[in-house]
Design a protein around this ligand. Structure first.
Ligand code: BGC
Ligand code: CA
Length: 431
């Protein structure tokens, strides 16, 4: 006898004794085949403010100081954040760029002035992932300047003469033994006029305009994500053979490695998409939170300890990042591939269908729309969750929160904020 049937018979027994409500008795009439409407032994609906709330991709935090918003992360006992290790990822991106420059310095220095010049596309100056990537690049290349114990992550605007105080010129010794200067020639937050950040079109235009004023100084292009990186690659660097680095390992960017895109970072999106929905599943099933994550579930799903960390203090699960370059890109061609050991369908009798409200802050975000959401859509089936996907405009929180008119219709919420500061805009709707 499986779990739910055993539970069902228990509930029926109570019903006969006159304790359970009429709804449960009606279920008993049906030859024991009906799943009880409510899987806890009570007919009281769960209050909205007790339901699972999973933030993902944008961690509740202060967009100026980066400090975590623990009030939101502790909204209720069923609140978590799912993302990836931003510092490890930023550092990995920086090391990937440095390794490339050292190996190719002589051919990279297009104007032969002994300076390797790079430009940097910043996604969102207040987004902790964006900050970590800017810092990781500056740290590895040696161009970072510390302010209050951390590398300054502000954009420089333009710095073609090396006079900026936000960054500094660095010296590196290339693999051929020659010394070069590395300079951040320009960097800018890629925000469009309507206010959307990480904006790919803005990044392509910025590179075109930088190239027209100091193009022969640009030897390397670095971007905080692939959406902007690919736009820059297509606008200028591909035709000019200038190596371009991004982040996210979206399928189009990985495919472009064959055409000269220099590298990207996979933020292990399958692990993140799985965790986003799996935590909800576990909470709703009333099982240990790490079922099918740290410990294998009955269907055989499990995530290797190498691929994520959980921080109890921060109520956060972080996936680990992997570098994707010409050496290994063949293994990353489809960014929507499920995690190798988390692909098994859950049994509907022990994990019955539930409804989830989930939003994506900007329906036009390349990573979220081409990688994360397709993975979520595969996992929602495997986990027996019916997910309503809401796509925002990337600019205003209310465009999304206005569409959570009736939270009582859902069993759980998965939230991707426009701005990391705005956790309370969502939780306040749940009471
Ligand atoms: C991704 C970006 C994305 C951003 C949205 C980041 O983690 O790498 O590509 O645009 O999240 O918040
Ligand atoms: Ca040069």
């Amino acid at each position: 006898m499986d779990m739910s049937r055993r539970k069902f018979l228990q509930v029926c027994g109570l019903g006969v004794m006159g304790v359970a409500g009429a709804g449960v008795l009606a279920g008993c009439d049906n030859g024991g085949e009906t799943t009880p409407a409510d899987d806890s032994n009570t007919s009281e609906p769960t209050a909205n403010n007790e339901k699972p709330v999973i933030f993902f991709n944008r961690q509740p935090s202060n967009s100026t100081t980066g400090e975590l918003d623990m009030a939101t992360l502790n909204y209720n006992d069923n609140t978590y954040y799912v993302g990836f290790d931003a510092t490890q990822g930023g550092d990995l991106q920086g090391e990937m760029v440095l390794t490339y420059i050292k190996a190719h310095a002589a051919e990279l220095d297009r104007n032969g002035d002994g300076i390797i010049g790079y430009v940097l596309a910043v996604g969102d100056i207040g987004h902790n992932d964006s900050i970590a990537r800017t810092r990781g690049t500056r740290k590895s290349l040696g161009t970072g300047v510390e302010v209050d114990g951390a590398i300054n992550s502000e954009p420089v605007g333009t710095n073609t003469d090396g006079s900026s105080t936000i960054v500094q010129d660095a010296k590196i010794t290339a693999d051929d033994g020659k010394e070069y200067t590395v300079r951040e020639l320009a960097s800018q937050e890629m925000k469009n006029q309507a206010g959307a950040t990480w904006d790919a079109a803005t990044a392509g235009n910025a590179l075109t305009s930088w190239a027209s004023s100091f193009g022969d100084q640009i030897d390397v292009v670095v971007s905080n994500n692939d959406g902007m990186g690919m736009s820059m690659f297509n606008a200028w660097s591909k035709d000019n053979n200038v190596p371009t680095f991004g982040y996210d390992a979206n399928s189009d960017a990985v495919a472009a490695i064959a055409e000269g895109y220099a590298g990207t970072i996979s933020q292990n999106p399958a692990v993140q998409a799985y965790l986003t929905l799996r935590l909800i599943r576990n909470i709703l099933d009333g099982v240990d939170i790490n079922t099918g994550i740290a410990t294998e579930d009955e269907a055989g799903n499990v995530i290797s300890a190498d691929d994520y960390v959980y921080s109890e203090d921060e109520r956060s699960y972080y996936a680990m990042n992997l570098a994707v370059t010409a050496d290994n890109y063949q293994d990353f061609m489809d960014s929507t591939t499920l995690y190798a050991t988390a692909q098994s369908q859950l049994d509907e009798s022990s994990s019955p269908n539930k409804k989830v409200w989930l939003d994506i802050y900007n329906a036009a975000d390349n990573f979220l729309s081409s990688t994360y959401q397709p993975l979520l859509e595969k996992y929602d089936d495997l986990l027996n969750l019916t997910v309503e996907y809401i796509g925002g405009d990337g600019q205003t929180e209310s465009n999304i929160t206005n569409r959570l008119g009736n939270p009582g219709e859902y069993d759980a919420f998965a939230i991707n904020m426009v701005k990391t500061d705005n956790g309370a805009s969502y939780t306040s709707l749940l009471g």
